[in-house]
Design a protein. Structure first.
Length: 378
């Protein structure tokens, strides 16, 4: 089952309280259990061709970070204005009942999760400015409720990005307090064997901006910071492919200026730009053939960013003068379709599913998801 990448911005917050874990999955929320699946009148009638097969659902509470994995819809839900009471919800795609599957320890706030097999992986960051200031990366079993602390660190100093696939969790830890002393570590935890190790590291002037995993393949982008006249920084980035079975590490061709790298099987996608904060065009690379091609144009002026790759398709963030869109590039035939537009936000890809936030009217926010039609039998 495909995975997703989550970035957590770790700010100075702090924590209190100890570690009180439940030995089983929490019981369903009474309010959430009353939620019902919802289909719009437009879909019930005659939806646009691109939206055929699209479904949507309206959670009872405020929500974010929704995605489909392992036949279920997952999302973060909260009721407080500051979202400090976030919990992870699960709902089978064909069910009207939603269940709470994870809640944070006292004094912590949940971050956006990813799922692999029967495990949900999420971050916990301090809910207040009290000491000590610590972030945590946690894995929790969806059936037994078992919780594992995979890693922890200084919430005031570091950033954390993580992804998971086929029972393996990979994450990137970076420390940017002092650029000239900055460092990056890529770590791996095998949920089956419970073995953990550090795969790669980089220290200034080199660093790592993104990481992803698919099966036994890990991709990451390593960049070098160069200070120019006037104390301005320039960046030289490239994509690396690391094999977990052989430990072979190689640079992908045509990957100069690559950021936000993602992988699915043999296909790798990234954003080509001058720096991590710049918009740019989306590039698709096939590791089997060794070929790359740019699948967008005018990416910098159109505000293209945050590419994601699923089973046979690529999507990215696209905002045209305030008009948000959900574009999808179909790898098999090279077509780009506009899946949705208007008040649509936060596309997230997991395997064959693309999920996003849809707001058809004021005070009406829903989760909408889609998967490409199956290829016709030959």
């Amino acid at each position: 089952m495909r995975k997703g990448l989550v970035w957590v911005a770790l700010v100075v917050l702090g924590l209190s309280g100890g570690c009180a874990h439940s030995g089983s999955t929490p019981a369903p929320s009474d309010r959430a259990a009353q939620e019902t699946a919802h289909r719009t009148p437009a879909e019930a009638a005659q939806p646009p061709a691109a939206l055929s097969g699209t479904r949507d659902y309206k959670p009872a509470d405020k929500f974010g970070g929704a995605f489909v994995a392992e036949g279920s819809l997952f999302w973060l839900a909260w009721t407080r204005e500051d979202a400090s009471d976030r919990k992870i919800m699960l709902r089978a795609l064909d069910s009207a009942q939603a269940t709470v599957v994870a809640q944070p320890d006292e004094g912590f706030v949940l971050g956006y999760p990813v799922v692999t097999g029967h495990w949900v992986i999420f971050s916990e960051t301090p809910a207040s400015s009290r000491q000590p200031q610590e972030w945590r990366l946690v894995a929790q079993h969806l059936q037994t409720g078992e919780r594992r602390l995979l890693s922890s660190g200084d919430a005031g100093a570091m950033q954390l990005a993580f992804a998971a696939d086929q029972g393996k969790v990979i994450w990137l830890e970076t420390d940017w307090r002092d650029m000239q002393k900055s460092w990056s570590l890529i770590k791996l935890h095998d949920l089956d064997s419970k073995q953990a190790k550090t795969l790669l590291e980089a220290r200034f002037p080199q660093n790592i901006q993104s990481v992803d995993i698919s099966g036994s393949r890990v991709v990451y982008n390593r960049f070098e910071t160069k200070m120019t006249a006037g104390n301005q920084a320039s960046y030289a980035a490239e994509v690396h492919l690391f094999d977990l079975q052989t430990a072979a590490d190689r640079v992908l061709p045509d990957s100069q200026g690559a950021w936000d790298v993602k992988i699915n099987g043999e296909n790798v996608v990234w954003r080509s730009a001058a720096s991590a904060s710049d918009y740019g065009d989306i590039v698709l690379h096939n590791t089997g053939s060794g070929t790359s091609h740019t699948i967008t144009t005018n990416g910098k002026s159109l505000g293209l960013a945050a590419p994601s790759i699923g089973d046979g398709f690529v999507t990215w963030s696209n905002s045209l003068g305030g008009k948000h869109q959900i574009p999808v590039y179909l790898i098999a035939d090279g077509r780009t379709i506009e899946l949705d537009q208007g008040e649509v936000f936060s596309p997230i890809v997991r395997g064959k599913y693309l999920t996003w936030r849809w707001e058809p009217a004021p005070d009406d926010a829903r989760v909408r998801w889609w998967s490409p039609p199956a290829a016709p039998a030959k």
